[in-house]
Design a binder for this molecule. Sequence first.
Ligand code: HMG
Ligand code: MG
Length: 314
Amino acid sequence: MGVRELGLPERIGSTDSLPSKVTIWEVGPRDGLQNEAEVVPVEVKLEFLDRLAGAGLTTLEATSFVHPKWVPQLADAEEVLARLHRHDGVRYPVLVPNERGLDRALAADVTHIAVFASATETFARRNLNSGLDAQFAMFEPVIGRAREAGLDVRGYVSMCFGDPWEGAVPPEQVVAVGKRLLDAGCSQLSLGDTIGVATAASVERVLDAFTEAGVTIGDLAVHFHDTYGQALANTLAALRKGVTTVDSSAGGLGGCPYAESATGNLATEDLVWLLDGLGVEHGVDLDALVETSVWMAGKLGRPSPSRVVRALAG
Ligand code: HMG
Ligand code: MG
């Protein structure tokens, strides 16, 4: 008999004050697939999105309207959105860097977009061909026009906990970038540990810096890459601070083509296992999700790095 049939993980709950419910922001179809050496066929992307919605995920970051030469893996964004089987109650945000990207997203009838800023100068140059200050000239008209069109806009801040070229990043610098995005009209910030170097201590420090600057904890999401195996510990630290939106990717896919040291995101299955034990509601069917990640691993030709997927797949 498998551990699931035996009722594991045991739903014990926590004596700490934790949110009763967490929204999982699934980034596998975007962050997961933007870094693949081979472009994943549209049919596989569509089935992946369909299976993820079937497993109960209600926020699926579907693709990016970035420059197709910069990220050829997602150059089929129009086709993916045109052929998407949209499930009721599921939102399908997309990444948009600039006004050209917004035009493309509006033509594809999106309702939720995300802009993505950098907390450091070097990554702003490498990822956006821009600069720490200059990047806002690109985002502000995007956010303004998107809001006028009735769209919801999330703002990512990358390199919040360390940068592969600049090292440690001062929390004040992260907060300054995040506040400019909120002031421009973003409804939520996702704090990215792009290269996975955060620890529970640096997560607490950055979240405290935001709340001390007057930002509501409910407006903050966390986005951990799992390079050093800290993503779950970091997530627990964020939950204890009151964060209620956690980004993750099915099977632990992911990375950033413009940050070579970036590896996969926190695996959604690992997150679900943790939330189950803590008694935090999330709405995801773990077995259906594991099945999806096993199927996807078959399509990609390599096993999922997620410990929970590997443990349950057998
Ligand atoms: P650029 O080359 O400076 O663009 O790239 P430009 O504004 O100079 O325009 C050059 C040409 O590209 C023009 O065409 C534009 O129309 C066209 P021309 O007039 O010469 O014929 N163009 C576009 N075409 C299609 N779609 C567009 C677009 N934009 C311009 N959107 C740009 C600047 C921002 C576009 C580029 O740097 C880019 O696409 N960067 C995206 C990189 C990326 O996607 N990185 C991964 C996502 S971020 C991430 O993974 C981190 C995250 O997960 C959080 C975390 O982990 O921390 C979110
Ligand atoms: Mg990422």
